[in-house]
Design a protein around this ligand. Structure first.
Ligand SMILES: Nc1nc2c(ncn2[C@@H]2O[C@H](COP(=O)(O)OP(=O)(O)O)[C@@H](O)[C@H]2O)c(=O)[nH]1
Ligand SMILES: [Mg+2]
Length: 294
């Protein structure tokens, strides 16, 4: 891929003027899964800092771009934005706002990076945080990327996900409509190139299926509306909107959680239990109300 470039406040969105189609990809997932290494594989050179560590070595969102086929590929790497502690590590949503600005007017795909054979509760949490940050509909743009492909020892990743006993992983693959890919980020030369072909080919297919459109939501709409505004002001306004969204009333978040839980559980008895509990609450409320009125 060609040389990379970076702008601390965000890429400039209007690629139409450059007459070059752009693919904007955001790397998401838990710390240590291999996001930065995956970004480097896609770019074809070490741009993002990637190292083994208990805590994230990636401190801030960063972007770099290169070319693949007819596309200009814009890759956005993220720090630890998808862990349970994000409210403390990014209290004012500034880092999350930066991720939005770097990917404005909206990403074409989100690469959810996870390590082969290590799909844990942290990965599930990461997906929940991704949905919280970008909206539930973003799942339609998620490609699941397994790092440490060498551990497959020649088997296909499709067979791996078909045979896995990890139910949460199987559910996630179904949610992503089977968009999975595996990478060995230590690979070089033609092996690296073949892997990138597969991954970007998958992304290209996804984009074509959606008529070339990128993902958007009301935060991206605001980022676009502020196009040309003072960069600091733009960052501040987008962060404020995110903070308002993230701090939705508890009742609303509980309802959303219940809805997600209901969707993710396919067994009838849990649904029955939920209905039973709901009925009990209703009966209690009616009883309480009638006794209060008398
Ligand atoms: N063997 C192997 N190591 C990998 C692979 N992908 C990432 N790593 C290593 O995993 C560690 C964490 O990767 P990093 O990109 O920093 O993870 P991040 O926190 O998600 O950005 C680093 O030591 C990488 O070299 C892979 O495909 N194979
Ligand atoms: Mg990293």
């Amino acid at each position: 891929m060609a040389r990379d470039e970076e702008d601390p406040y965000g890429s400039e969105e209007d690629t139409g003027s450059r007459q070059e189609p752009e693919l904007r990809l955001i790397l998401v997932g838990r710390t240590g899964a291999g996001k930065s290494a995956t970004g480097n594989s896609v770019l074809g050179h070490r741009h993002f800092l990637s190292r083994l560590g208990a805590t994230s070595v990636t401190r801030a969102c960063a972007a770099a771009s290169g070319r693949w086929d007819r596309w200009r590929v814009h890759v956005i790497d993220t720090p630890d934005l998808f862990g349970s502690d994000v409210h403390n590590t990014d209290p004012e949503c500034l880092q999350r706002a930066r991720c939005y600005l770097l990917s404005a007017p909206g990403p074409h795909a989100l690469l959810l990076v996870t390590q082969l054979g290590r799909f844990t509760a942290q990965d599930q949490q990461a997906l929940r945080k991704v949905k919280e940050l970008f909206g539930q509909a973003v799942v339609a743009r998620v490609v699941l990327v397994f790092t440490h492909k060498e551990d497959l020892a020649g088997d296909s990743v499709e067979d791996y996900v078909r045979c896995t006993e990890n139910r949460a992983l199987r559910d996630l693959v179904a949610e992503c409509e089977g968009r999975v890919c595996a990478l060995n980020n230590r690979a070089t030369g033609s092996e690296r190139q073949e892997q990138v072909e597969q991954l970007l080919g998958l992304v290209e297919g996804l984009v074509c299926m959606r008529g070339g459109a990128h993902y958007t939501n009301q935060v991206y709409v605001l980022a676009q509306a502020l196009h040309g505004a003072d960069p600091e002001e733009r960052l501040r306004r987008v962060a404020a909107l995110l903070a308002a969204g993230v701090q939705r009333p508890l009742g609303m978040r509980l309802l959303e959680g219940l809805w997600q839980w209901r969707k993710s559980q396919r067994t009838c008895w849990r649904l029955g239990l939920a209905l039973l509990l709901g009925s009990a609450v209703l009966v209690y409320a009616l009883f309480f109300r009638s006794s209060w009125m008398t």
